[in-house]
Ligand binder design. Structure first.
Ligand code: NAP
Length: 252
């Protein structure tokens, strides 16, 4: 009988950005349930405290870290103080859908500033902590199905998520000698604050669902447990690639 590495995260110290709500919060809860000590980072202190209390009430281990990921100096200081980490779910992100011909510079800079620039320097700070401590680790960057295909009103968002795919591959190659894996998770539409506007209108909602062969959005739980898998020893040879959780969207 073979011995299997397993899906548990016991003994791991994990950082989750964008953990105050949505996909990040669910992933933090799932990682804690899988045995990790989880540091939940975002700007909204009350929501972080509520999430940490929920994890503690369920028997897990977690703490809150109030952090604006666009403030690189604070990111470096906070990660140096709270680390080293064994796992990062690099998930804070935004979308500001606009028709391509109407995209303004402020929106472009805002979305790239969080989805690409901040994600890059958060990953760099965490990887530096891992490498300096000489411990292996895993970085899961949140991409999207829009990191693989295009979509209407998403020229900026798709550009950022394709950038996340690219930097993930390069980081994976460079960090592999340190035993650090780097992957992305690529959700289809999930009902969160980020997609509330897209799902508010029934016609728009139906047009999204028609594009998903599975016939429904993904749930935050389904993305969260994919992240647990990617962080776990079971994914020990998975690096430099993406795992799409898109219900078949990109298969068409
Ligand atoms: P959400 O519910 O709006 O949550 C976004 C999270 O990012 C919040 O916790 C927010 O916390 C945090 N955040 C935003 N700006 C931040 C900043 N400057 N500093 C620190 N934290 C910041 O969105 P979501 O749907 O869970 O999305 C999470 C990730 O999944 C994003 O990268 C998104 O692109 C990706 N994604 C989402 C979908 C979807 O359909 N929902 C599909 C594919 C990919 P604070 O506001 O408290 O700071």
């Amino acid at each position: 009988m073979a011995r299997f590495p397993g899906f548990r995260l016991d003994g791991m110290r994990a950082l989750v950005t964008g953990a105050s709500r949505g996909i990040g919060r669910a992933a933090a809860e799932a990682m804690a349930e899988a045995g990790a000590h989880v540091v939940l980072a975002a700007r909204a202190k009350d929501e972080l405290d509520e999430a940490v209390a929920g994890i503690a009430a369920a028997g897990g281990s977690a703490e809150a870290l109030v952090l604006d990921v666009t403030d690189t100096a604070s990111v470096r200081a906070a990660i140096a103080a709270a680390g080293p980490f064994d796992a990062l779910f690099n998930n804070a992100g935004i979308n500001r859908p606009q028709p391509f011909l109407a995209v303004d510079e402020a929106t472009y800079d805002e979305v790239y500033g969080i989805n690409v620039r901040a994600a890059f320097f958060v990953a760099q700070a965490v990887a530096k902590g891992m490498a300096d401590a000489g411990r292996p680790g895993v970085i899961v960057n949140t991409s999207s199905q829009m990191g693989v295909v295009g979509g209407p009103n998403r020229a900026v968002y798709c550009g950022t998520k394709h950038a996340v795919e690219g930097m993930t591959k390069a980081m994976a190659v460079e960090l592999a000698p340190h035993g650090i894996r780097v992957v992305t998770v690529g959700p289809t539409f999930v009902e969160t604050a980020l997609t509330a506007a897209a799902f508010a209108d029934d016609a728009a909602r139906q047009s999204v669902i028609r594009r998903i062969p599975m016939g429904r959005p993904a749930t935050v739980e389904e993305i969260a447990q994919t992240v647990v898998f990617l962080c776990s020893p079971a994914a020990g040879m998975v690096t430099g690639t993406h795992l799409l959780v898109d219900g078949g969207w990109t298969a068409q």
